[in-house]
Design a protein around this ligand. Structure first.
Ligand code: SF4
Ligand code: SF4
Length: 322
């Protein structure tokens, strides 16, 4: 029995969920060199197919079996799933099940007051669906503000709806929307955790642009950490896991659906990606701890309540005072 195991009243051994603090300590101890080794061994080069920035359509999953290995292929989500279709993290707090950000479910457990089954299905980057599901990627409050500022600096502002009154013309809700899990079908009421990148009418990320089948991010330099490190994650509880089960792994690194997997990557690029991946893991765990600690039920509040690391907010990002 290891030190995370415990025994219930029936004498059955059960694994104890590591605390967020324990996982944060593990994240801080991650070696960039080791992560880079893992990324190098898996291999990656982004083909700019756009699959990780756009809505998930019925039939996308079928495309996975039609993998086209041509470098210029735009066959989204076409990574080689045959390598290992059943990889899961060994860590009990990281349930990589159908592609979800899992730290919120742990937060819900730790607040012990949240009955929000939808939080167990926090998807990242894209979601599963029988038809079309909007792109859903976690974005943290600071990242939202950075995207607001960055978007204001773009000459032909792609997303702003503000009135140009001297304040930031890009509003919070131009950039982010409440994470949909825990909301009603119309996304009008409910309690949820964290924010997702805002989507357009097609369900694609508002920052996504495509020309002649080549995708681009209009906020590339300020894109959230989850975007900057896709398709990789680390096998730590409380960190976010992109869509679906991992399709490859090496050491602590997990790789998710992406047609760029398996391609050569330079050592320099692997180290840069590894450093960002480590930063992301630490950031996600710090956010999860702050969210847990800041969580307080808001009582009778009309509409939507979003709990994030700074407290409870309305969909426009303004704070709800208890
Ligand atoms: S990271 Fe992968 S899924 Fe995303 S655009 Fe690049 S190749 Fe496509
Ligand atoms: S912010 Fe950029 S990289 Fe991230 S999902 Fe949107 S378009 Fe893609």
């Amino acid at each position: 029995m290891n030190d995370t195991d415990t025994t219930d009243l029936n004498g059955t051994e059960q694994e104890e969920t590591p605390s967020l603090e324990a996982e944060l300590a593990r994240a801080k101890s991650l070696s960039v060199e080791s992560l880079a080794d893992a990324i190098e061994s898996i291999g990656f080069e982004c083909t700019r197919c756009g699959a990780c920035c756009t809505a998930h359509h019925e039939g996308d999953d079928e495309q996975k079996s039609e993998y086209n290995d041509e470098p210029d292929s735009v066959n989204a989500a076409g990574s080689d799933t045959s390598r290992d279709d059943n990889l899961k993290t060994d860590n009990s707090v990281s349930t990589v099940d159908s592609g979800h950000v899992d730290h919120s479910s742990q937060i819900a457990d730790q607040t012990q007051t949240v009955d929000n089954e939808g939080q167990k299905e926090h998807h990242d980057m894209t979601t599963q669906s029988a038809s079309t599901e909007p792109h859903t990627a976690t974005v943290f409050p600071d990242e939202i503000r950075e995207l607001q500022t960055a978007t204001d600096d773009i000459g032909d502002d792609p997303v702003a709806t503000g009135d140009g009154d001297g304040q930031a013309s890009t509003e919070w809700r131009d950039v982010a929307r409440p994470m949909p899990y825990g909301l009603d079908d119309e996304n009008e009421t409910g309690t949820t955790f964290e924010w997702a990148l805002q989507t357009n009418a097609c369900g694609d990320c508002v920052f996504y642009d495509e020309t002649d089948g080549i995708g681009s991010c209009q906020a590339h330099d300020d894109r959230p950490l989850i975007c900057a490190t896709y398709p990789f994650s680390v096998a730590l509880g409380g960190t976010s896991q992109p869509m679906g089960e991992a399709v490859d792994k090496a050491g602590m690194v997990r790789a998710h659906e992406c047609e760029g997997l398996g391609r050569d990557i330079s050592r320099e690029a692997a180290e840069e990606l590894a450093a960002t991946l480590r930063t992301r893991a630490i950031r996600e765990l710090n956010e999860a701890i702050s969210l847990r600690d800041a969580y307080e039920p808001t009582g009778d509040t009309d509409g939507i309540v979003v709990h994030d690391s700074e407290g409870a907010k309305r969909p426009d990002g303004t704070a709800i005072d208890n």
